[in-house]
Design a binder for this molecule. Structure first.
Ligand SMILES: Nc1ncnc2c1ncn2[C@@H]1O[C@H](COP(=O)(O)OP(=O)(O)OP(=O)(O)O)[C@@H](O)[C@H]1O
Ligand SMILES: [Mg+2]
Length: 259
């Protein structure tokens, strides 16, 4: 561990019990994440990615192993999570959803309004601020939950496939926005995706997981200058090779999990 470590996971294992069956979702995950680091997790469906994030968010307890998160002295909340689905509160409007965390912290009304308006605009929902989730599309709901996480201004952002339900254009805008916010605020980001492209565009480091029980089997540092573009990644020979390598790994794991 270095002095700059933000998150430390030591031999984390999670077993779910259902009636007489047990499912080992993740197994012996040990990992250090630096303060301000942007880490992407790639792995086959069902390998325990969401479980890992939920443990970090405090929504699930590990069966064995240790987890340590180093909090700074700030007033900021420690972590916010953008869920893969069902991340919005159905009986609250867009505005109320985004402001929810700020309200819970009893920030001044004016600041709550300013901050939530700012992020509602950033995700392109200002015309929909007064609507309820049932009046929104799936991608719009996802943007509400992204705006809420940004507005909360946590030290750690836990993002579970946040852009998967979005069209390419909104995805691109929000990737840029996330990188801007990350660069400005030096947050630590843990980001799950199924897209190798997205992981290469965003992250400092990619963690590759095996199929169930999920273990971290490979790590790739993405040493590319920022700002990055898809073109610059594609034209980089070393990255092209990394892409193939990650692709093959995932292919093998997915086939393994289907056998
Ligand atoms: N609350 C739960 N109770 C029982 N089993 C669970 C629970 N949550 C997850 N699991 C099981 O743990 C395993 C990992 O699930 P998880 O949702 O973490 O996978 P994932 O990697 O996020 O998959 P995907 O890419 O499809 O989102 C699965 O086998 C799942 O059925
Ligand atoms: Mg998941």
């Amino acid at each position: 561990m270095s002095s700059n470590t933000k998150i430390e996971l030591d031999q984390l294992t999670k077993i779910f019990y259902k009636r007489n069956e047990s499912v080992e979702a993740i197994k012996n995950i040990s990992l250090d994440i630096e303060d301000g680091e942007f880490v992407c997790i790639l792995g086959p469906s069902g390998c325990g990615k969401t479980t890992l994030l939920r443990i970090l968010a405090g929504l699930e307890t590990p069966s064995t192993g240790d987890i340590q998160i180093h909090q700074s002295e700030s007033e900021k909340p420690l972590q916010s999570m953008v869920f893969q689905e069902r991340g919005v509160i159905p009986w609250m409007t867009v505005e109320e959803n985004v402001a929810f965390g700020l309200k819970m912290r009893h920030l001044p009304k004016k600041e709550i309004k300013e901050r939530s308006d700012y992020y509602i605009k950033k995700v392109g929902l200002e015309k929909f601020a007064k609507l309820y989730p049932k009046e929104l599309s799936g991608g719009m709901k996802q943007r509400v939950s992204i705006a809420r996480a940004f507005a909360n201004d946590p030290e750690i952002l836990l993002m579970d496939e946040p852009f998967a339900a979005l069209d390419e254009q909104n995805k691109f805008i929000l990737q840029e926005e996330l990188l801007n916010i990350w660069a400005e605020t030096k947050k630590t980001v843990l980001f799950i995706t199924h897209s190798i492209d997205e992981a290469m565009l965003l992250s400092d480091r990619i963690l590759l997981m095996s199929s169930q029980p999920g273990q971290i089997v490979k790590e790739k540092k993405i040493d590319l200058p920022r700002p990055r573009t898809m073109e610059s990644i594609r034209s980089n020979e070393e990255m092209a090779q990394e892409f193939v390598d990650i692709w093959q790994h995932l292919q093998k794991e997915v086939q393994g999990s289907r056998a």
